[in-house]
Design a protein around this ligand. Sequence first.
Ligand SMILES: CC(C)(COP(=O)(O)OP(=O)(O)OC[C@H]1O[C@@H](n2cnc3c(N)ncnc32)[C@H](O)[C@@H]1OP(=O)(O)O)[C@@H](O)C(=O)NCCC(=O)NCCS
Length: 174
Amino acid sequence: MPKQAKNPKDTYTIMTELVLPNDTNPLNNLMGGRLMHWMDIVSAIAAQKHCNRIVVTASVDNISFQHPIALGDVVTLEAKVTRAFSSSVEVHIVVKGENIPSGKKYPSNSAFFTFVAVDQSGRPIDVPELIPETEEEQELFDGALRRRQLRLVLGKRMKPEEATELKSIFKLDE
Ligand SMILES: CC(C)(COP(=O)(O)OP(=O)(O)OC[C@H]1O[C@@H](n2cnc3c(N)ncnc32)[C@H](O)[C@@H]1OP(=O)(O)O)[C@@H](O)C(=O)NCCC(=O)NCCS
């Protein structure tokens, strides 16, 4: 039976955390590793909402930290699936910080994680289609193919000459 298609909004997941002393580095800012742990959790939940299956993290694209998040600030992580392939899904995560006493909100970082839906033995299984609805979702959906090819080439799972979407960027045909 074909699995029912879903929309990105069906996968929307929000997680809120308070930065406590045990989450910080010696500068009293949130440690990168703790933030990546939270990003992994929020994006895994979004991926599970799409797949209704166990999912495993297959890869994490580059993460750069734009703005430190201070002790006592609130961290909001929002995740949505951008595109589904055969057994894998790409998830976009946006992280923001907030200092509630001053009312200041600031962007921290964003990233793309890839999850693979697996059966009880850990073998990849097919996932439902994802249909974007908004203009922003369509843009993320369109760009997902290019990002997938880039990460598969970097992971040595695809030959550069097979990466059709990347050819125009790197002008490989000229
Ligand atoms: C991810 C995993 C299930 C893939 O299994 P595999 O036998 O290599 O499967 P395949 O080669 O058939 O690929 C299955 C899917 O994974 C995707 N994939 C595999 N490695 C990937 C990578 N490094 N980056 C992105 N996608 C990847 C493939 O593109 C494919 O997607 P598709 O079906 O949508 O086209 C397997 O490598 C695994 O279990 N890895 C460990 C996961 C884990 O423990 N994560 C926690 C971090 S410690």
